[in-house]
Design a protein around this ligand. Structure first.
Ligand code: FES
Length: 178
């Protein structure tokens, strides 16, 4: 599902359009151009892919086909709380795939997608280098080792509670200032 662009992203598209002009209109520039777009937006929305296709005067399907071939490119915006589930060998043999499925089910999105409110995104990753803690999931900057499918709900709930607390504290400090 394609998500609506935010105001910031719409503004970023304008500077991307300017940056495009620094590239020669050659098909060979497609990958560097896509990298430039992803640097600005952190993913490749379809609006940007169409813009690139128009600039290079090639078919949008071709641009999309090339972009999807490389796993460096994302097609959904990263969530505020990106969830990465390790499916390297050590994690996979300790039910990493079931942990991934649980995150997908609880968040209602699949690997590579972002929730409609952009709070969470899910991504399967290769070994993150702490196999002794397998199975491993990373939420934001925090590594959760010795994960279990049953821990998924609690972790997500904790994030919701922390968000609620932060929101209430913000409201409280705003009301104290008025
Ligand atoms: S395989 Fe998951 S941390 Fe190494």
């Amino acid at each position: 599902m394609n998500q609506e662009l935010t105001t910031e992203e719409k503004a970023a598209l304008k500077s991307i359009a300017k940056n495009l002009e620094t590239f020669n209109k050659q098909r060979g520039n497609l990958i560097p151009i896509l990298q430039m777009v992803q640097e600005h937006l952190a993913y490749l929305p379809s609006e940007a892919l169409r813009m690139v296709a128009e600039y290079l005067e090639i078919n949008a399907c071709e641009v999309y086909g090339v972009a999807t071939f490389y796993n460096q490119f994302r097609f959904h915006p990263p969530g505020k709380h990106p969830v990465k589930v390790c499916l390297g060998t050590a994690c996979h043999v300790r039910a990493g795939d079931i942990i991934l499925e649980n995150f997908e089910r609880k968040l209602g999105i699949e690997d590579g997608e972002t929730t409609a409110d952009r709070e969470f995104s899910i991504e399967r990753v290769a070994c993150v280098g702490c196999c002794a803690l397998a199975p491993v999931a990373i939420i934001g900057e925090t590594v959760h080792g010795h994960m279990a499918p049953s821990k998924v709900e609690g972790l997500l709930m904790r994030i919701e509670i922390e968000k609620d607390i932060a929101k209430r504290e913000k409201e409280k400090s705003e009301s104290e200032q008025t």
